[in-house]
Design a protein around this ligand. Structure first.
Ligand code: RTP
Ligand code: MG
Length: 147
């Protein structure tokens, strides 16, 4: 069983896509184990995207993520990390297949609606950074036997 950190970015929140995105993850069969609507400090944004610190777009990326509230979530399930990445689609909406979240809702790489952890190491780091283990809920979903 895996956990992954998923975030609806400020553009997704402003465009009213929280419900649509949560719905897609629920219908897929993943289990929501943590969620919060929050403003992001520059410090948190810089720590979250630390791997991109030297990239030319880093400043813009941090400006964007701190520009309005985000909806941060933790989803749990078999292969949750890879499954979520495939539901999101490629980073650049130009390459994201129709049917994926970015393929259906985004036009530009700078505003691509959603973030998802890209590996087990990233997921662990990001869940710790945004939630901490105490904020994650453990519960049984009886429907899990059918997924
Ligand atoms: P994310 O971390 O946000 O889930 O996106 P990702 O894994 O698909 O892509 P990543 O390579 O980690 O890039 C992080 C975010 O930086 C912005 N970006 N801009 N201007 C550019 O060439 C460029 N490249 C990346 C995107 O918003 C991307 O989601
Ligand atoms: Mg990434």
């Amino acid at each position: 069983m895996e956990r992954t950190f998923i975030m609806v970015k400020p553009d997704g929140v402003q465009r009213g896509l929280i419900g649509e995105i949560v719905s897609r993850f629920e219908k897929k069969g993943l289990k929501l184990v943590g969620a919060k609507l929050m403003n992001v400090s520059r410090e948190l944004a810089e720590a979250h995207y630390a791997e991109h610190k030297e990239k030319p777009f880093f400043g813009e990326l941090v400006d964007f993520i701190t520009s309005g509230p985000v909806f941060a979530m933790v989803w749990e399930g078999n292969q949750a990390i890879a499954i979520s990445r495939s539901m999101m689609g490629k980073t650049n909406p130009l390459d994201a297949a129709p049917g994926t979240i970015r393929g259906d809702y985004a036009l530009s790489v700078g505003m691509n609606i959603i973030h998802g952890s890209d590996s087990p190491e990233s997921a662990q780091r990001e869940i710790g950074l945004w939630f901490g283990e105490d904020a994650i809920i453990s519960y049984e979903k009886t429907v899990s036997a059918w997924i």
